[in-house]
Design a protein around this ligand. Structure first.
Ligand code: URA
Length: 433
């Protein structure tokens, strides 16, 4: 087989066979296919697409390009949840412990933040001592012992995706449903959980800009899950504004802890509850949404979810006194309150811009090599649909550097106000699968 023939076939809008896709992925991993040919094939896929069969073949070939984790030695149903990424998305830190305290086994691999999106591992590393580097044996033991572990993806998991994602990043070939779906699902499938809940975000802070685009991606991933025998569901959730109030690593850990104590922002708590309902039903811990919601709320009321969070941090070396006394977490040297300049309802609060502003304070990375500042970020005091008077706080900025005029201008640019009353959007627009 010659890769040039495979490229030409896709250029001519023909369906690729399983063998052709496997040949390509083998060549990507063993280095026999040069980047320029893979880039050309990637672009042909962006332009001409792949059907669901080809997408499933690609996912399977990528999944088996490295280690596939066997979680069968852990009793019970292992559940995973994956967000397509957003601003202020600390869901795993609250939802994971709530589900584990409700009886599920959460064996989760998470990522780091890049650009305007945050990463769970960076947030967790706000707590001194915490390590996301467990080997497979330690990971399995921890899930068996305390029902929850959140770790970094091991180096040998889906090497094909590491190579292809780096190539896509620099060749304009990231935004294509079959490529995004196979990239995400190959990693989810290789990490071994029995059930997968996908939180597919839409909006200005997400890959997919509209509900309809998000549904197309969600359905492609559900289809892959079905083809490869994994219970996969998806929820379509709003990322037109940040999730919850806190953006920034330690600030988001605080918000997750507050949520587990019943004092979290309502939109964030609601997303966790609705996601938890789906996960508990997938994991056969509840037979209805109502029953699941009652169980989840109970874990907040009786403190068991917070205890799970602490148990996880402790098992992974974290100093839990930082969770018990949140004032010990890294704090910025300055807190600047940004106030509204006019009266009105907030009609827009751009997630992408807010994420970028937090990154510019040091909360995120512009490139993979950047260090991050765990202390800095933004805590919103008002959100879309809220009425503010001139002089009312919009947000508190936690910073270790003086805010520049440019930063302040960009902050205000992220807001739009109107005199008309605005309805608050729901947090979840649809559940699929
Ligand atoms: N996240 C991934 O893991 N892969 C993509 O292609 C896009 C988002």
């Amino acid at each position: 087989m010659r890769i040039v023939d495979v490229i030409e076939k896709k250029r001519d809008k023909k369906e690729l066979t399983k063998e052709e896709i496997q040949f390509w992925i083998n060549g990507v991993v063993d280095g026999s296919i040069p980047d320029y040919q893979s880039s050309s094939l990637l672009m042909a896929i962006v332009l001409n697409g792949m059907n669901s069969k080809e997408t499933a073949y690609l996912t399977e070939a990528m999944m088996y390009s490295g280690d596939v984790i066997d979680l069968s030695v852990i009793d019970g149903i292992k559940s995973d949840k994956h967000s397509t990424g957003g601003v202020g998305d600390k869901t795993s830190l609250a939802l994971g412990p709530m589900c584990a305290a409700s009886g599920l086994k959460i064996a989760k691999m998470s990522g780091r933040g890049l650009g305007h999106t945050g990463g769970t591992l960076d947030k967790m590393e706000s707590v001194p001592g915490f390590s996301c580097y467990l080997d497979e044996e330690q990971f399995i033991k921890q899930v068996n012992d305390i029902s929850i572990a959140i770790i970094g993806q091991t180096a040998k998991l889906v090497p094909a995706d590491k190579i292809l994602y780096a190539l896509r990043d620099v060749t304009g070939t990231v935004p294509a449903v079959p490529l995004i779906a196979s990239s995400i699902m190959s990693k989810k499938l290789a990490s071994g959980s029995d059930t997968i809940l996908l939180d597919v975000k839409f909006g200005d802070g997400a890959f997919m800009k509209t509900v309809d685009e998000a549904k197309v991606l969600a359905n492609a991933m559900i289809e892959i899950g079905k083809e490869l025998g994994r219970d996969t569901k998806a929820m379509i959730s709003d990322m037109n504004q940040p999730l919850g109030n806190a953006i920034g690593n330690a600030l988001e850990v605080m918000e997750a802890v507050n949520t587990l104590k019943g004092n979290g922002p309502k939109d964030f708590e609601e997303l966790c509850l609705q996601a938890g309902e789906i996960m508990l039903m997938q994991g056969k811990k509840a037979t209805s949404k109502e029953e699941a919601r009652t169980l989840l709320k109970e874990t907040i009321k009786d403190g068991s979810a917070f205890e799970k969070l602490k148990a996880m941090f402790k098992a992974q070396g974290g100093d839990v006194s930082y969770l018990e006394d949140l004032s010990k977490l890294p704090a910025a040297s300055m807190q600047v309150t940004m106030v509204a300049k006019e009266d009105g309802y907030i009609s827009n609060l751009q997630a992408l811009e807010m994420g970028t502003l937090a990154m510019r304070l040091g909360a995120g990375r512009a490139t993979k090599e950047d260090d991050i500042d765990h202390a800095v970020g933004i805590v919103l005091a008002a959100k879309k649909g809220d009425f503010v008077k001139a002089g009312d706080p919009l947000a508190v900025v936690h910073t270790n550097t003086e805010l520049t005029e440019e930063w302040i201008n960009d902050f205000y640019q992220a807001y739009t106000f109107t005199s008309e009353k605005i309805e608050k959007d729901p947090i979840i627009f649809a559940v699929l699968g």
